[in-house]
Design a protein around this ligand. Structure first.
Ligand SMILES: Cc1cc2nc3c(=O)[nH]c(=O)nc-3n(C[C@H](O)[C@H](O)[C@H](O)COP(=O)(O)O)c2cc1C
Length: 209
């Protein structure tokens, strides 16, 4: 049985494009493999605390001397155990001010833990959370995959770096762009993204197509 870890971070609830597309992704995965286990985290309604001085000790290492540091380490342990259990990560990431939501960044801040998620050796950094695939749904009001705003995209490259650093390099990016360009552009973008999801999952599970 495969395990899928689902992270949502949009603050827009039912109006969210990324939430809609993440749900479509999970439903396609379930159709291909009905027995999947799904672990869900809603980082908008149940946010991970910002990374502060206690998390620096609890997550990045050092002698724990207070309950807040213990709590940070326990939270990091829990989040990491969810990632380690997962074969597939499905992450919904809206573009907020050219990057990822701060709630999703906080999640990564608690995941990138030395000795567990990555380590440094003489050969440089090595990711330790290997053998997983990730499907990332990136929603944006504007157009960044081409054109004059391409260099302003701090969302897709950042996510590739964060996941790659911990050893997750098998990544499918589903882009829902131009969502703010009017209803027709939005509809076309959502349809194209849904097609991308179906074909990515069908190519992994040809038997279910
Ligand atoms: C706080 C905030 C900041 C945003 N910043 C950007 C931005 O920098 N570039 C962009 O193209 N769209 C931006 N948008 C638009 C969102 O990316 C767009 O509404 C997208 O659909 C959000 O994803 P969601 O529908 O899953 O919530 C922003 C929206 C919000 C609420």
């Amino acid at each position: 049985m495969s395990t899928v870890l689902v992270l949502n971070s949009s603050v827009l609830g039912d109006a969210s494009a990324s939430r809609q597309l993440v749900a479509a992704t999970v439903s396609s995965l379930r159709k291909a493999e009905p027995s999947i286990k799904v672990i869900e985290r809603d980082l908008a309604s149940d946010p991970i605390p910002h990374f502060g001085p206690d998390a620096a000790v609890g997550v990045r290492g050092g002698e724990i001397v207070n309950p807040a540091q213990t709590a940070a380490r326990t939270l990091s342990d829990t989040l990491l155990s969810e990632v380690r259990e997962a074969d597939t990560l499905v992450i919904g990431a809206p573009m907020y001010n050219f990057g990822i939501p701060s709630t999703l960044k906080s999640w990564f801040d608690h995941i990138l833990r030395p000795g567990i998620a990555f380590r440094y050796s003489e050969a440089g950094p090595e990711g330790l959370l290997t053998g997983k695939r990730a499907i990332l749904v990136l929603s944006r009001g504007g157009l960044y995959s081409e054109g004059p705003a391409a260099s302003m995209d701090s969302q897709q490259p950042h996510l590739r770096t964060l996941l790659g650093f911990v050893g997750i390099t098998d990544i499918t990016f589903v882009l829902a762009e131009k969502l703010g360009f009017g209803p027709e552009a939005r509809e076309a973008s959502l349809e194209a993204a849904a097609r991308q999801i179906s074909s990515a999952i069908a190519s992994d599970h040809p038997e279910a197509a």
